[in-house]
Design a protein around this ligand. Sequence first.
Ligand code: PMT
Length: 213
Amino acid sequence: MNLLVTAGATREPIDPVRYLTNRSSGKMGYAIASAGAQLGHRVTLISGPTSLDIPSHVDFIPVETAQEMLEAVKLKIGGKDAAIFSAAVADYRPASVSDSKIKKTADALTLELVQNPDILGSARHQFKYDGILVGFAAETENLETNAREKLRQKECDLVVANDISKKGIGFDSDHNEVLLVYPEHTRPIPIDSKERLAHTLLQAIHELKVVGS
Ligand code: PMT
């Protein structure tokens, strides 16, 4: 298969030294990209900044901001059998970026934020992508209901839902525990290493491809 994977956190600059980001380490997405390459798939990995080694035998595209990730996905998604969006994209960015370092003058500072583009939500209509679309859902409550809502809104074939309020899984952990949420059913996957989960997910995607072809 030809796979596209997004991974890691985006960085949204405030000034030349500061940025907004989140706790994504990139481990989940890199595990998927790496498992894909090991299985002989062609993998394009679009990643925000991480401290991880680039997996072998992948087409690696580094990006920083959500806008850059959007442009890279737009350029690369065509013709992919499956697109897997595991990146934690910042939903908001500073409305303006200061050219010089913001000085500590006032007691309080208000930062105005504007919404970033929804990359996963752009796949079907803006990018006209018709392959297997896999989103992630990072939730702290109503895991299955919220994931199912994302599945429907973004027209995904599968949403991988993780409860990021649970200790020992999700952000910056070596393990994860997920629900695979399909349009008609849900399959719980017990806690496992991100490497083994990546293989389970690719098997699930392979099964979707077989059924769809
Ligand atoms: O990187 P790790 O430390 O290994 O952690 C893994 C993880 C917790 C980051 C991963 O398992 C995960 O849950 N990734 C999705 C994080 C997220 O941003 O979820 P969300 O529910 O806010 O977004 C839903 C989906 O839309 C995701 O597929 C996301 O990539 C995508 N999205 C979100 C916002 C946006 N502007 N554009 C997007 O494409």
